[in-house]
Design a protein around this ligand. Structure first.
Ligand code: CUA
Length: 367
């Protein structure tokens, strides 16, 4: 290749690299990002940030010193025209070698002090007034079970929700994080079971925790202010991993008490003769009841899919892709679940438009 060609090629490569770098920088910009570790909205998330920032500066200083040294040496000893002489070659320098062994050890020792303190803090037992919730990663949605004795429902179980977790502000929530552990269970499509690892992460409220079948990990969570806090599965878990979202709705303690009182009730039964009543018949007489629980309906106790007792009280479903208050969203899901969430375990039952209208009316009545 001619030298001119080489020059243009190098220029082009530099251009492409520059554009890629710019694209990455621009992709990192989001003024209203809702999953931002650097904007903690509770004490536990804040603790993580106050460790992250100083460690980042230490790491940045190490990076600049090491990379700066490399660049400086590359430039200083680069090949120059007319100078064929090799620079002086050294082998072995005890003082230097001891120095660059001790220096990193000292840096790590300094960084270790706040790191270990934070780990101990975040791994400590929760305060006695904490709310206990078991979070289970399923393919591809999150199940929340409120396990405290005062969270028992009229039907005799515990309060269970899906996709959206409701918590009171200013109070610690102690999460027990696990994953579906029954390999082969609930499979409707002949694929291997649901026992895969997920990772639960709502960056503004808490750290990240692995959800592992048959194991129980713990994490502390708390929100300062009411609001919706978004999160996402952070461990590859199959086809719809990328859209396995979750939201935490933090409400005032009074609103939380009202929410709990409502969640304890059996599902509402629609007025006879209404479209919703037809939907309830379709639900209990069809396939829905095989996988979904609705408190108050005999035999509707299955745990394969989300508990739908208070479906219409939630903010999102289908891995938090769709809105429970939106009839079109529910219709879209019932028409073809896998079109919304690839690999969805809920089969397409090829429901008729009439059945779908009735089921939508019924689901939207489950406040
Ligand atoms: Cu669940 Cu990734």
């Amino acid at each position: 290749m001619r030298s001119g060609g080489k020059g243009t090629l190098r220029k082009r490569v530099l251009w492409v690299m520059g554009l890629v770098a710019l694209a990455l920088v621009v992709a990192a910009c989001a003024p209203h990002a809702s999953q931002d570790t650097l904007k903690p909205q509770g004490p536990y998330a804040r603790e993580i940030k106050s460790l992250f920032i100083p460690v980042l500066w230490v790491a940045a200083a190490v990076f600049l010193i090491v990379e700066g040294g490399i660049v400086w040496i590359i430039v200083k000893y680069r090949h120059r025209k007319g100078r064929d002489r090799m620079p002086a070659q050294t082998h072995g320098n005890t003082r230097l070698e001891i120095g660059w062994t001790i220096a990193p050890a000292l840096v790590l020792a300094v960084v270790m002090v706040p790191t270990v303190a934070t780990i101990w803090d975040l791994a400590s037992k929760p305060p006695s007034n904490a709310i206990n919730v078991t979070v289970t990663g399923r393919q591809w949605w999150w199940k929340f079970e409120y396990t405290d004795p005062d969270m028992k429902t009229a039907a005799g179980g515990q309060i269970v929700t899906a996709n959206e977790m409701v918590i009171p502000t200013g109070r610690t929530v102690y999460l027990t994080v696990t994953a579906d552990s029954d390999p082969g269970a609930h499979t409707t499509d002949g694929l291997p079971g649901f026992a895969v690892i997920h990772s639960f992460w709502v960056p503004e409220l808490a750290g990240k925790q692995d959800a592992i079948p048959t194991r129980e990990n713990h994490i502390l969570m708390q929100a300062d202010h009411p609001g919706i806090y978004h999160g996402q599965c952070a461990e590859f878990c199959g086809l719809s991993h990328g859209i396995m979202r979750v939201q935490v709705r933090a409400v005032t303690p009074q609103e939380f008490d009202a929410w709990v009182a409502n969640q304890k009730l059996d599902a509402l039964t629609p007025q006879p003769g209404t479209l919703a009543a037809t939907g309830m018949q379709d639900f209990t007489g069809g396939q829905c009841i095989v996988c979904h629980a609705i408190a108050g309906i005999p035999n509707a106790t299955a745990d394969a899919g989300p508990n739908l007792t208070h479906f219409a009280s939630r903010g999102c479903f289908a891995g938090c892709l769709l809105d429970n208050q939106n009839a079109d969203d529910i219709r879209r899901w019932l028409e073809d679940p896998a079109a919304v969430k690839p690999g969805a375990k809920m089969p397409n039952y090829h429901l008729s438009p009439e059945q779908i209208d009735a089921l939508v009316a019924y689901l939207m009545s489950l406040k």
